[in-house]
Every structure is written in C-alpha cells, then in structure tokens.
Design a protein around this ligand. Structure first.
Ligand SMILES: C[S@@+](CC[C@H](N)C(=O)[O-])C[C@H]1O[C@@H](n2cnc3c(N)ncnc32)[C@H](O)[C@@H]1O
Length: 262
C-alpha cells in the first residue's frame, strides 16, 4: 500500500510533482508555495485539484511517474539502459546488489522496484550532494512502491570501502554489481571477491575508452565478458498525413554497456 503521507500530482502534460503531505507551507518547484494538508483536503486519487493556474490530477505513481517527478542532479540512467541491467543481470526479488555511484538514483529506482522486500540494495556514492538527491528519490520510491528492498548506503569510493562492504554483506555475497562512474577498474577489483560464483557485473561507460578499460579490468581479474554494446531506441509517432513513422530527432547516445560473469 502506498504511504498515505505522500502525494503525487500530474499536470495535463504529464509532468509529475511528488511531495510529502505535511501541515505547513512547502515550496514545490513548478507549483509554488502551499500547505498540502489544506490543498489536498477531500482530494483522493483520480480527483483534480487547482494550484495557481494549473489543474492537476492526484495519481498513484508507478515507476514511470516516479522517474518523471524525480529530483535530478547527476546525469541519470534511463529505462533504455536500466532495463538492460535488470534483464541481463537477471535481477529479481531476494537478490543482493551493489550499485555505484548512486548519483540521482535514476538507475537505482529501477533496481529497487525489482528487488522486492526480500532484496538488499547496497548503494555507494562519494559526493554528498549527489547522495542527498539520490537517497531522497529512493525515500520517495519507498513510500509508493508496494515492496522495497533493504537499502544500505555507503559514503565514499567503492575502492575505499572494503570494510564497509564486508559489514553490509554480513557473510552474504553479491548477486550483481552495477557500476556507473568515470573509471570502473578499481571498483571492479574491489567488488570481485564479494561476488558469488555465477554473479554478474555491469558497467555503464559513456565512451569507448571507458568501455575498453572496464573490459580489460574484467578480463584481468577473471570475469567472462558476456555482452558489450550499445542499445539504440527509435521512437515512432503519428505522421501528419496519416500512418505511423519514426519520430524526428537523432538516436541520442547514452553509453556503452558491458556485462561480465564470474
Ligand atoms: C553519472 S553519476 C551516476 C548516476 C546514476 N547511475 C543515476 O542513474 O542517477 C556517477 C556517480 O558516480 C560517483 N562516483 C565516481 N567514482 C566513484 C567510485 N569510485 N565509487 C563510487 N561512486 C563513484 C560520482 O560521484 C557520481 O555521482
């Protein structure tokens, strides 16, 4: 059951606003200053509410709405690549996953959605200002997702956190590792001993230089590369004279992905 202490409002254009229902004036970017308890009195899911010039609908957000309304700071991983993590790493309820860097938790929200109450999500981030945003996005997700994994957050660089990772795992092992950072090699080496046999590791590498360095580091330590490459998305829309055709715009590059198995 989603928490009754949170609210998600959707604008007519789909833009989401997510906030805690507190009995005091709050400022929500794009909506201005208001008291949620007063504004939402009698407004249930499906109802409309007027705020300033805007008419908004109260909704029960699922992952896409949570992503739409998330706070952003660091560059985020979108569903195109996060979906690959879930499928190629074979993630599911009960898994123990280490993810670094947390950044804004763009990818972490996808991972948390799939791990269920029985999962353990160890997140790592050295930059406090990024962790603040990422952890707030996870806190919101925990309020709305019907199930949510245990989250252990570690402050710092993966390669400097061996003791903390050992403690967080408490004799458990990692089923998967997800690394989104400029340089993967040291983190790969640090995580390797904690991975169970058959566990998989994924790297998100915006450039070919980063991809090759991650590939080399995996092979040096004894991981087998299962798949590396890029996923390209091509949206379609209605043509003005009828029919459907690929939408205008280029195929934006996000990153190369690398998957390796122990
Ligand atoms: C692009 S952001 C991550 C975005 C995140 N995956 C998302 O989808 O929102 C990269 C993050 O990695 C962090 N980082 C860099 N080196 C790291 C390391 N060695 N260990 C852990 N995190 C690291 C940075 O501080 C930064 O916040």
């Amino acid at each position: 059951m989603p928490s009754p202490n949170w609210c998600a409002l959707m604008e007519e254009n789909g833009r989401m606003h997510i906030f805690e229902i507190v009995d005091e004036k709050i400022k929500v970017k794009g909506l201005g200053v208001f008291n949620p308890v007063i504004t939402l009195k009698g407004i249930i899911v499906g109802d409309e509410v007027g705020l300033g010039q805007k008419i908004l609908t109260r909704v029960e957000p699922r992952l896409p709405e949570m992503i739409n309304g998330m706070l952003r700071r660091a560059q985020t991983i979108s569903g195109k690549d996060a979906g690959q993590f879930i499928t190629r790493l074979g993630l599911g309820p009960g898994d123990t996953v280490l993810e670094a860097g947390l950044g804004s938790a763009g990818s972490a929200m996808h991972i948390a959605r799939i791990l269920g109450n029985s999962g353990h999500h160890i997140t790592v981030e050295p930059r406090e200002e990024h962790a603040e945003v990422g952890l707030e996005n996870l806190r919101r997700a925990a309020a709305f997702f019907p199930e949510f994994p245990k989250n252990t957050h570690l402050n710092g660089f993966v390669e400097e956190l061996e003791n903390e990772i050992t403690k967080a795992l408490d004799n458990d092992t990692l089923d998967a590792v997800i690394l989104d950072m400029p340089e993967h090699a040291k983190s790969i080496k640090t995580c390797y001993p904690y991975m169970s046999k058959g566990a998989r590791l994924a790297c998100y590498a915006p450039t070919t230089i980063q991809l090759e360095a991650a590939w080399d580091a995996c092979e040096e330590i004894g991981l087998t590369i299962e798949w590396a490459g890029e996923v390209i998305e091509r949206p379609w829309s209605r043509a003005s004279k009828g029919g459907l055709k690929p939408s205008k715009g280029d195929f934006g590059h996000t990153a190369f992905l690398l998957f390796a198995k122990k």
